[in-house]
Ligand binder design. Structure first.
Ligand code: GLN
Length: 543
C-alpha cells in the first residue's frame, strides 16, 4: 500500500511548493523508493489548458495529452514519476465529475454537498493516482495549490484531513511550505506569519509534521528554528531552512543536508537505504563550473511572466550541462522587425535563434523576417511548434515565390495555406482539450541531423497545437528550399510532418512537437543539446 505526503503552502503563493515536492520526490527515489506525484489546483478551470501562459505560466503537457500546471514540469525534471491525466486535478475537474454523476442519478435522493460529495471525489482522485502504472508506488506526494486560508483550497484541505483518518497516522504526513520574511528594519527573519499560517492549518484540523521555511537570501538561525518548532508543535529536526539556492538544481542537496528525506521516512515508518546522490551532484558541479556563454535570441512576443516558457528555459539549462557551457536565452521582440529594425543588426551577435511556441497573429511577420535572416545567413536555428510553422511559411514565400503564403490561423483567405487545419480539426468549436495533444509516434529519416541527434529511428514527443504542415507543399519545398522532412507520424491515408531540417545549413531544425517537455538534467533533450552545440560552434567560429 502506498503512503502519502501532502504538501501545503502558507503565507503567500509562489513559495516554491512545486520544487519542494519535486525535490522530496528526488531524494526518496535515490533511496530506492518509487514515487508518484500529483498536484491539486484550487481554480475552477477544468484544466489549465485554457489559461493564458503569459499570466499563469506555461501549460505542461503529459504523454497522454493532459494539459497541466507547470509544477508537473518540476516533477518531470526532478523525478521519474509517471505523469498522466491523473496527476493534476482542479476544482473545476472535481465539480465537473460530481455534477455529471448527479445528472446520471448516482446520488439519487441525496442533497449533493461539498462534504461529503466533493471531498469524497477529491479523495477518490488521490487514490486513483496509485493505480495502473503507479500501483507499485511506495510514496505518493500530493501538492495542494494555493495558500492555506484561500476560500478555494478549503475542500482540498478538508479532503486531505479526512484522508489521514481513513489511512492512519503512520501512512501519511503533512509538509507545510511557508514564507519567513526578512524585515530589513529589524534586521531579522520573522516567524510570526508562519505561526499564523500553521494556526490556520490547525483550525482546519491539520497539524503539519514538517515545516519548510522559505527564508529568501537568509538562513534560519537556531533560535528561529526553535521558535517555529515550539509555536507550531513540530520537532526541531522537522524545521527546514529553505533559503534561495543557485543553481536551482542544488535545492535537493540543501534539503538532503538537513535530512528532509530522513524525517519524512521516519514519520512514515519506512526504512530505506541511504541514497547516493553523486550523479545529481555532478550535474550541479557542471552547472557551477561552466564558464563559456552561448547567447540565444528567442524571437517572439514580449513576455513578462518568467514561467511562460519554463520548460524551454530549463531544456536550455540541460543543454548547457551537456555542452559544458551556460546558455543565455535573451528575448527579442519580433515586432521590432515589423517596425523596420534590420534582422542582421539585431541578430548578428547571437550564436543561435529560437522561435518558440505561440498562438495568435501578433508579431508573426517579424518572426518570418527573422527566419529568413537565419536561413540565408546560416545561423543555427531551432523552431518549436509555431516555430516550425513560421519556418515553412517563410520558405514558401521566399523560395517558392508565394508572398501571401501563411497559416490559416493568421489568414483564413491565404491563397497558399502552407499551414492549415486537418479535417479532424475543421468542425471543432470548443477550446478546452481539443488540440492535438500528447505523445505521437514519430519515425525519423536515416541520414538526417535529427536522426543523428536522437540516435534512434522512432521517437515519441508531445504535441499541443491545432494547425499542421500542409503536405501539398512538401515536394515543392524539398526541391526549391532544400527542405528535408526528418520525421513523420504515419496515418492511414497520409503522413503528418513532425520535424524538418535544411540540407545545406549548419543547424536549421524545427519540430511541430514540443521537445522541451521531456528534457531533464540527467537526460538533456537531443535537439536542444545539438542546437546548443551548433550555437557553440558558431560562437567559436566568430571568435
Ligand atoms: N498556434 C499554433 C497551432 O495551434 C502553434 C501552437 C504552438 O506553438 N503550441 O497550431
Amino acid at each position: 500500500m502506498p503512503k502519502y505526503v501532502f504538501v501545503t503552502g502558507g503565507v503567500v503563493s509562489s513559495v516554491g511548493k512545486g520544487v519542494l515536492a519535486a525535490s522530496l520526490g528526488l531524494l526518496l527515489e535515490y533511496r530506492g523508493l518509487k514515487v508518484a506525484m500529483m498536484k491539486l489546483d484550487p481554480y475552477i478551470n477544468v484544466d489549465p489548458g485554457t489559461m493564458n501562459p503569459y499570466e499563469h505560466g506555461e501549460v505542461f503537457v503529459t504523454d497522454d495529452g493532459a494539459e497541466t500546471d507547470l509544477d508537473l514540469g518540476h516533477y518531470q525534471r526532478f523525478t521519474h514519476a509517471h505523469l498522466s491525466q491523473k496527476s493534476n486535478v482542479t476544482t473545476g475537474g472535481i465539480y465537473n465529475a460530481v455534477i455529471q454523476k448527479e445528472r446520471r442519478g448516482e446520488y439519487l435522493g441525496k442533497t449533493v454537498q461539498v462534504i461529503p460529495h466533493i471531498t469524497d471525489e477529491i479523495k477518490s482522485r488521490i487514490r486513483m493516482l496509485t493505480t495502473e502504472e503507479n500501483s507499485d508506488v511506495d510514496i505518493a506526494i500530493i501538492e495542494i495549490g494555493g495558500t492555506v486560508g484561500d476560500i478555494e483550497s478549503q475542500p482540498f484541505l478538508e479532503a486531505i484531513r479526512q484522508f489521514k483518518l481513513e489511512v492512519g497516522t503512520r501512512e501519511c504526513c503533512y509538509v507545510h511550505v511557508t514564507l519567513v520574511p526578512y524585515i530589513e528594519a529589524a534586521g531579522e527573519l520573522k516567524t510570526k506569519p508562519t505561526q499564523h499560517s500553521v494556526r490556520a492549518l490547525r483550525d482546519i484540523g491539520i497539524q503539519p509534521n514538517v515545516i519548510v521555511c522559505r527564508t529568501g537570501s537568509h538562513k534560519l538561525g537556531v533560535d528561529q528554528r526553535r521558535k517555529v518548532a515550539l509555536f507550531c508543535d513540530v520537532s526541531d529536526n522537522a524545521i527546514i531552512s529553505a533559503e534561495d539556492i543557485t543553481p536551482f538544481y542544488a535545492i535537493p542537496l540543501n534539503l538532503k543536508n538537513q535530512g528532509l528525506d530522513d524525517t519524512v521516512l521516519e514519520l512514515l515508518d519506512i526504512e530505506a537505504p541511504e541514497g547516493d546522490l553523486s550523479e545529481w551532484r555532478t550535474i550541479v558541479d557542471r552547472l557551477i563550473s561552466a564558464t563559456e556563454v552561448v547567447r540565444i535570441a528567442a524571437v517572439g512576443k514580449y513576455v513578462s511572466h518568467n514561467d511562460a516558457y519554463k520548460s524551454i528555459n530549463e531544456a536550455f539549462v540541460h543543454a548547457g550541462i551537456a555542452n559544458e557551457c551556460k546558455v543565455q536565452l535573451e528575448w527579442v521582440d519580433s515586432e521590432c522587425f515589423e517596425q523596420g529594425e534590420d534582422p542582421e543588426k539585431v541578430l548578428a551577435d547571437y550564436d543561435g535563434v529560437l522561435i518558440g511556441p505561440g498562438f495568435g497573429s501578433r508579431g508573426i511577420e517579424g518572426k518570418i523576417k527573422a527566419v529568413r535572416y537565419v536561413r540565408e545567413n546560416k545561423k543555427p536555428f531551432f523552431g518549436i511548434c509555431l516555430g516550425m510553422q513560421i519556418a515553412v511559411i517563410e520558405m514558401t514565400r521566399t523560395c517558392l515565390g508565394r508572398p501571401e503564403a501563411n497559416s490559416t490561423e493568421f489568414n483564413t483567405e491565404t491563397p497558399d495555406p502552407v499551414v492549415s487545419l486537418l479535417t479532424e480539426q475543421l468542425g471543432v468549436q470548443a477550446m478546452g482539450g481539443t488540440m492535438r495533444l500528447g505523445a505521437y509516434r514519430c519515425e525519423l529519416k536515416a541520414g538526417t541531423k535529427v536522426r543523428a541527434a536522437y540516435g534512434q529511428d522512432v521517437i515519441g514527443e508531445r504535441h499541443r497545437h491545432r494547425y499542421e504542415f500542409n503536405n501539398n507543399y512538401r515536394e515543392p519545398l524539398e526541391k526549391a528550399a532544400g527542405l528535408v522532412v526528418s520525421g513523420i507520424h504515419p496515418k492511414i491515408d497520409h503522413e503528418l510532418v513532425e520535424i524538418i531540417e535544411l540540407e545545406d545549413h549548419p543547424w536549421f531544425c524545427a519540430s511541430q512537437f514540443h521537445p522541451e517537455f521531456k528534457s531533464t538534467p540527467l537526460n538533456p533533450q537531443p535537439l536542444f543539446r545539438d542546437f546548443v552545440k551548433a550555437a557553440l560552434a558558431c560562437r567559436r567560429e566568430r571568435g
